[in-house]
Design a protein. Structure first.
Length: 410
């Protein structure tokens, strides 16, 4: 297969970052192994990219920087209007890429970040085969769990439902879905929604991955045997489900155990009060927001990663936990459900809050009391990561889609 001329749209694209910026950066780098790649991204990403890639290290990789005029940039300050800014940016880069296409003649256009199904990519209107995704955003917390969210959480969930409902009637979103040669989604819930928008070919491919060197060789024999530590990492939001995992930890009644919670957010005080009410405050530690290097260190100081998120497309921390050789307890929802297997952890069905709490407590008990099970699952988690969730592997999989799309239009 010849090297294709590929345009990647990556609004978020920065080296040494997780989440969307990490996706934009790492996948662009991987695809340049196979093809000649142009990446259109924001101008404010340029200093970090230039520092990482001197001119002599850009083989197969070209960056096109664009930002909206200064009068529009105030929209994204403090994230108050970042979604509107992003929508306008998507419209504007159509004309930038169109002029570039007249010179380069792209074989394929790939919209990468932001990876959400409820915002269009106007690049799908170009006369070039179009790949959309991986996209997410179709995941929802089961309605039976809403009553535990509090007023702020209920307002958020209702507004989110309303925004998605309106977005699905945006003609440009429907055009993006219909004009896509292939749509990649992060989780089954998003696949259902994208198909309803008129997408022809839809497959699940998670966005999250880690570098091959990040798959650790740490085993839990090196940890203190007398205390089993559980750890959760996320912004403290209602949708992350920590009110459920705290109740499960209390129900498990593990005297020689600790629960570390890393992150900050509007739910912190509510969760600390809940830990007091449950009588477990002396064994639950809130560390607040930490740098990523410190987060990874804390994960390796614990035995089990707990991720009770009620809607999550990516589930990055699950991969980081497995890469560190830690079993994972998560809900059978969204992106984490596509990452964790019965060999690497426990996926708890999201049937109802009482059942989730009960089954999560049972999983905690099993892993706390069975060191052999922990070790076996930890080793399986590392193997699973090395085989399926490195950026190198992600690049191989995406190259298959590039090749299939390019071949089909010949």
């Amino acid at each position: 297969m010849r090297r294709l001329k590929v345009l990647i749209s990556a609004y978020a694209c920065e080296p040494h970052k997780g989440s969307e910026p990490g996706v934009g950066w790492n996948i662009s780098r991987q695809m340049a192994r196979y093809h000649e790649v142009w990446v259109v991204t924001r101008s404010n990403n340029r200093p970090a990219i230039d520092a990482e890639l001197p001119d002599g290290a850009r083989s197969g990789l070209h960056f096109v920087y664009y930002d909206l005029p200064s009068w529009a940039q105030w929209w994204k300050r403090g994230k108050r209007g970042v979604q509107l800014y992003y929508y306008l940016w998507q419209m504007a880069i159509y004309f930038v890429v169109w002029r570039l296409h007249r010179c380069v003649q792209f074989d394929l256009v790939h919209h990468l970040t932001f990876g959400k199904y409820w915002s269009p990519s106007f690049l799908s209107l170009l006369p070039v085969p179009f790949l959309w995704g991986p996209v997410g955003g179709g995941e929802s917390a089961p309605k039976g769990f809403w009553k535990g969210f509090g007023l702020r959480g209920l307002i958020f969930e209702n507004l989110r439902e309303l925004v998605r409902w309106f977005a699905e009637y945006d003609p440009f979103i429907r055009l993006t879905a219909k004009r896509s040669a292939w749509v990649l989604t992060k989780a089954p819930e998003t696949s259902v929604r994208v198909k309803k928008l008129g997408a022809r070919t839809v497959e699940i491919l998670g966005e999250s991955a880690v570098s091959a060197g990040d798959v650790a060789t740490v085993c839990d024999e090196s940890l203190t045997n007398s205390v089993c530590r559980f750890v959760s990492v996320a912004n403290l939001l209602h949708l992350k489900g920590f009110h459920l995992s705290l109740q499960a930890f209390a129900l498990a009644q593990l005297a020689c155990s600790e629960y570390w919670i890393i992150g900050d957010g509007p739910e912190r005080q509510r969760l600390q009060t809940l830990a007091q009410t449950l009588g477990i405050a002396d064994r639950v530690m809130f560390f607040g927001q930490l740098p990523r290097s410190e987060v990874l260190k804390k994960i390796k100081e614990c035995h089990v990663l707990v991720h009770p998120s009620l809607h999550d497309s990516g589930g990055w921390v699950c991969l980081e936990g497995m890469a560190s050789g830690r079993p994972v307890i998560c809900l059978d929802l969204g992106g984490p459900a596509t990452q964790v297997t019965p060999q690497t952890g426990f996926k708890v069905p999201a049937d109802s809050p009482p059942l989730v709490i009960q089954e999560m407590a049972q999983a905690m008990n099993r892993l706390a009391q069975d060191k052999t099970l922990r070790r076996r699952m930890g080793q399986a988690a590392r193997n699973h990561m090395a085989a399926s969730f490195t950026w190198e592997r992600k690049g191989e999989l995406l190259n298959r889609y590039y090749t299939a799309i390019a071949t089909s239009v010949r």
